[in-house]
Design a protein around this ligand. Structure first.
Ligand code: ADQ
Length: 457
């Protein structure tokens, strides 16, 4: 069987697995059981390495490079997270662009190609992940790498009218032509990508195939990412019965738990969520003292100024909700910015009567699927889900809301808290069947089978 080589901006240290917040690492950790995982170590030094350091753990070789501090600032904080991330989440007003950051982005991709190419064997199947590494495939080709190379974008793709804003956007799109397969999360991302390829490059895109001038056929497809739902369900049972799970239940004193878990990111719609909860409390005094909202929002990308701003805003909003509605024995909103171990989170999801997942935009959103997987079949909770999360296509039985509409969030919370058991069970059953079938392993298999025309296994 061909060896799988995963490439992502960040590679977790084996000890980190299961602790860090972040969808890509969580999903890939579930999808990899052998092979090589290449990327940034998370460390910065004097210079960006072009030789990787390798470690083996549980059958996986982790090959990592350090970035120079300047490259970290320009490639990671700069072009990746201050230009591409806001662009691809439809936040054009938050987008920044500096030409030197774009050049550093290309330089780091070139350094990755230099460090990775000597590690590759002729039969390896290479799978590159996410917006940090769009040009990597082309740079590997320049080094003579003829292997099958696929690319998967974890975040949404925008329509041409929005994509037009990014300078050098056509060159980035062009570099996708070095891949054998380009995957996105949903059909609408696929449509947007195909429209951009047509509009900015004039490439013909028909039936998921994109035939380029140079002769290579780059296939395009939607591959919605999944989770190890059965594993997560088992972890949720253990987590709910763990010391932490019991502590949470005791602290709730029979109040219904509303739970939100996100990386602290402006794409996740957290201020609106806090406003929605506040509106519920203002409109429905009958819920006072009877509910508790716990929001875990692990700090991420602390060096990006917009992330510092959202943190300050949420601190203020949480204080305001508690100041306005709290009593000496009831804290309506508990807000935690530390990462929480996955097993503990799973247990908290199981205890929660409502899972509140309202991103303004999200490629998929694994938390929505994790919440479904964690439920007790005899007494499942209710998922409230943004219509702008990729997950909504597989989970339409959730209470679907427009996350910009604070009143709609308040109404959905009220409906969720009142929903009878029969309806909760009926909605959950259909979501559970899909979350269980569309697993992380099924996602990996479907992408890799398409990439290798089914010849890999
Ligand atoms: P993210 O934007 O990171 O992922 P998401 O898909 O929700 O978003 O994944 C977050 C993961 O981190 C989940 O597994 C969650 O349990 C975990 N997590 C979140 N907060 C945590 C905390 N406080 N402590 C510990 N763990 C926490 C990106 C895209 C998504 C896409 C994924 C996978 O933005 O749209 O679904 O990649 O493709």
């Amino acid at each position: 069987m061909a060896r799988l080589v995963l490439v992502s901006n960040r590679v977790p240290s084996p000890a980190d697995r299961g602790v860090r917040a972040g969808g890509l690492v969580a999903a890939l950790s579930e999808a990899i059981s052998g092979g090589l995982w290449f990327g940034w170590s998370g460390q910065t030094g004097d210079a960006t390495d072009t030789t990787a350091t390798q470690r083996r753990s549980r059958g996986v070789t982790y090959a990592t490079v350090d970035l120079s501090q300047a490259d970290y600032e320009r490639y990671y904080v700069g072009f990746s997270n201050s230009t591409l991330w806001p662009l691809l989440h439809y936040r054009l007003g938050l987008m920044e662009f500096e030409r030197e950051q774009y050049y550093a982005y290309l330089d780091v991709n070139r350094a990755f190609a230099a460090a990775l190419s000597p590690l590759l064997q002729p039969d390896d199947v290479v799978w590159v992940h996410d917006y940090h590494l769009i040009p990597l495939g082309g740079m590997l080709r320049e080094k003579g790498i003829a292997n099958r190379i696929g690319f998967f974008l974890h975040v949404p793709f925008v329509p041409p009218s929005a994509y037009a804003v990014v300078p050098n956007g056509a060159a980035l799109l062009q570099s996708l032509g070095a891949y054998d397969l380009v995957g996105v999360q949903t059909q609408s991302d696929l449509q947007n990508l195909a429209d951009c390829l047509r509009e900015f490059l004039g490439w013909p895109v028909e039936d998921g195939n994109c035939v380029l001038g140079g002769g290579r056929t780059t296939r395009l497809g939607a591959f919605p990412i999944g989770i190890d739902a059965t594993g997560f369900a088992e972890m949720a049972v253990e987590g709910a019965n763990s010391a932490e799970g019991k502590r949470l239940r005791e602290s709730l004193a029979r109040r219904a738990l509303i739970m939100g878990v996100d990386r602290l990111d402006y794409s996740k719609g957290l201020p609106n969520r806090f406003h929605g909860y506040s509106r519920l409390l203002a409109r429905c005094p009958e819920h006072h003292q009877r509910i508790t909202y716990v929001q875990v929002a692990a700090r991420s990308r602390d060096d990006v100024p917009q992330y510092q701003a959202i943190r300050r805003e949420l601190d203020r909003l949480a204080g305001r909700v508690n100041g306005r509605f709290g009593t000496i024995d009831w804290v309506p909103l508990r807000y935690v910015t530390r990462p929480v171990p996955r097993a503990t989170l799973a247990g908290f999801f199981r205890v929660a009567r409502v899972g509140l997942v309202t991103p303004l935009r999200d490629g998929m959103n694994l938390v929505a699927k994790e919440y479904v997987a964690a439920q007790d079949a005899d007494d499942p909770g209710v998922l409230i889900l943004s219509r702008f999360a990729g997950a909504v296509h597989e989970l339409p039985e959730a209470l679907v809301v427009n996350p910009i509409d604070v009143d709609e969030i308040a109404e959905a919370l009220d409906a969720a808290l009142r929903m009878p058991l029969d309806e909760r069970k009926a909605r959950w059953q259909r979501m559970w069947e899909r979350v269980r079938t569309d697993s992380a392993v099924a996602w990996r298999r479907s992408f890799l089978d398409t990439l290798t025309d089914g010849r890999r296994n």
